[in-house]
Design a protein around this ligand. Structure first.
Ligand SMILES: [Mn+2]
Length: 320
């Protein structure tokens, strides 16, 4: 399948790379790595290669060199025509948000992802659910295209892998993941620096939110479920943004008696955003009850139900 992708890239004049809304290290890392790699092939500048996302790039990922080249959809005219669109790390077309406005009957969509729930919305779909991250797939694609991986590309890929493997802790890590990390380290990636940037970066209001989370969580022993609900009112009064709540669900899972952890956050319009993690159980299945998805051990969804209704449905569907 890499051959088919290579051919499309070679024949395209205007390439749009995109990734999911609310982008994380894998979305930004894989997209940036691919953009830099394709640009390296494009020394005569005969191709236009742009990386456009629905949101702003999160502040903490701006350390990646050339990340200033990533564009926001609201700054790009929808009339602009691309002949090839490469969507990364996005399980369904809704995930790329308003960037989908660039898709029409004239262009080809390549969908590259590692989410088992991927809906295969592309003309070409490379869904590698055995890969730790989309960045790992992009590493292989860049190798296949015979492009030299410089330090900037290496840092972007490494960031994506660390993001999606919880710093090589999750069961999605394979021998290949470590091998790629080894190769990236040889190129000069500073793993300690990236660890600090990705994980040792809590603001004061986040530290205080952690305190609340760890004292006010609910644990349902029969279901081995630990959960926490953050209302929109609480977010407003504590001046919290959605970025401040990033990763909280992972800390809930630290409780030794829990198998499932659930973090619910109410949005301004009253809908509820849910993140699920599990040690053994199937998070993807629970998220799919609300038309969400992800992986077995990490998944997410948005629901128009109330938080109590959501919790109720989840409890009914955890069979111990
Ligand atoms: Mn990912």
């Amino acid at each position: 399948m890499f051959n088919e992708i290579k051919e499309k890239i070679q024949n395209a004049k205007r390439i749009l790379i995109t990734a999911h809304k609310n982008p994380d290290g894998d979305a930004i890392g894989s997209g940036l790595a691919l953009m830099l790699a394709l640009n390296a092939l494009n020394s005569d500048k005969e191709k236009i290669i742009r990386f456009v996302i629905d949101d702003k790039i999160p502040k903490y990922l701006k350390f990646l060199n050339h990340s200033f080249l990533i564009e926001e959809k609201s700054n790009v005219d929808t009339k602009y025509k691309f002949d090839l669109i490469i969507a990364l790390d996005s399980a369904n077309i809704e995930r790329i948000g308003r960037v989908a406005e660039f898709i029409d009957e004239t262009n080809t969509v390549i969908n590259i992802d590692h989410h088992i729930s991927n809906t295969k919305y592309g003309n070409i779909n490379f869904i590698g659910s055995e890969y730790s991250s989309t960045s790992e797939i992009i590493y292989e694609l860049i190798q296949f295209l015979n492009i030299k991986i410089d330090l900037d590309i290496a840092e972007a890929i490494y960031t994506g892998i660390v993001n999606d493997t919880g710093n090589f802790a999750y069961s999605n890590v394979t021998e290949k993941t470590f091998f790629i990390a080894y190769e990236l380290k040889k190129i000069g990636v500073d793993n300690s620096k990236i660890n600090n940037i990705l994980f040792k970066n809590k603001s004061l209001k986040q530290m205080k939110l952690f305190g609340k989370l760890f004292t006010e969580f609910v644990f349902v022993k029969e279901k081995k479920l630990i959960y926490y609900f953050l209302s929109y009112n609480d977010m407003k009064s504590d001046k919290l943004t959605k970025d401040d709540t990033e990763g909280l669900v992972d800390f809930l899972r630290d409780f030794e008696e829990a198998d499932f952890s659930l973090f619910l956050r109410e949005e301004e319009n009253g809908s509820v955003k849910g993140s699920i993690r599990s040690k053994n159980g199937d998070s993807n299945h629970l998220a799919s009850l609300f038309n969400g998805g992800g992986h077995k051990k990490a998944a997410g969804f948005t629901s128009s139900l109330s938080s109590t209704e959501v919790i109720d449905i989840i409890m009914k569907n955890i069979i111990n």
